[in-house]
Design a protein around this ligand. Sequence first.
Ligand SMILES: Cc1ncc(COP(=O)(O)O)c(C=O)c1O
Length: 403
Amino acid sequence: MQSENSLLGVYGPRDLTLARGEGSYVWDAEGRRYLDCVSGVAVNALGHGHPAVTAAIVEQAGKFLHASNLYILPTQRDLAARLADLSGFPSVFFGNSGTEANEGAFKFARKYFSASARPDRFEIISFSDSFHGRTYAALTATGQPKMWEGFGPLPHGFLTVAANDVAALKRAVGPNTAAILYEPVQAEGGVVNMEPATAEALRALQAQGVLLIADEIQTGLWRTGTFLGSEALGLKPDLVTLAKPLGGGLPLGAILLSEKIAGALKAGDHGSTFGGNPVACAAGLAVLGVLSDPAFQKDYHDRIALLRGGLEELLARANKRGAAAGVEVGALRGRGFLIGFQYKGKASAENQGDGVPALQKRLRDAGVLAHRAGADVLRLLPPLTFSRAEIAELLAALDKALA
Ligand SMILES: Cc1ncc(COP(=O)(O)O)c(C=O)c1O
């Protein structure tokens, strides 16, 4: 095996070499098969090697890979139209990643106020335990101080308030507030659902003129059941950021802009060399084509009910069993195929308890890849194409791993 030593160690130690993937499965270098419930951290909405995505990539690659945003690029134009159609937002800007989409959204929110002769409204409010990316402004908006350590000074004009604390949110909003940035379900932070009271407060603040920016990078594109996670909360944000599954596994991010925000931006205000790459946009069209199909949607919603129903039962049983053994198994979190539950193993004199990493290891030994969120939440992100047989396979493996 070749050494991994030339790679910067920011991802921590890794001990699984992946060789290939097909549908909901991946194979390691030794030929062992795993049910992939990580999906490239919510990227592979159609699993691995979906023929529609592969065909779209091959077709566009045969025309040109890149040509620049100086020209009309048909797959980019068509993907923007499709996103506008699906979302009801009239305007789309393409970048390459989630963090870049958030950076752009902050710029657009500030530009809107400066163009409205209110440049004093520049502050972006976000929530504790959120995750918005690793570039400077997105990092500063990320409500996890441990991620800021050693990187200061951070950009000015960002404020974090406790998630789901309506009183704190209302106190934080002031004459300098431009926008509130939220995730409908905090994904990296531990699969924490936004409470209805928080959504209600956001709607009221928006009615007073504060912009809402929805970070739908992990929740969007039907991961949580609806096209945007905001829909289930009754929120209609002014700006939406998308990335992860949008490019079918190729790097692609997008910002959806309401009419009033789009109206504040003119030629030259923003840009990106690779943003809206024609091949990534071709893949994105294929992804949206599959996911928006009404027959797919009906079946997907049935499978969401099947998987979440099965998990609820399984977790309730594991919770009862665990209570006697000093193991804590929490209730089901998230929405749709964004799934999480708290897991705290039994602590002993020697260790803090076999927490999520031990559960992940038992699942991996049983042939299932799962991810962690927050400190003690096991996160499952199956592809949206996850079949009924794969649901049964996951439930059986999880039952065993929790026993
Ligand atoms: C909600 C959310 N926002 C932003 C990001 C950053 O996206 P990227 O890693 O593509 O920059 C992520 C990535 O995990 C995310 O989950």
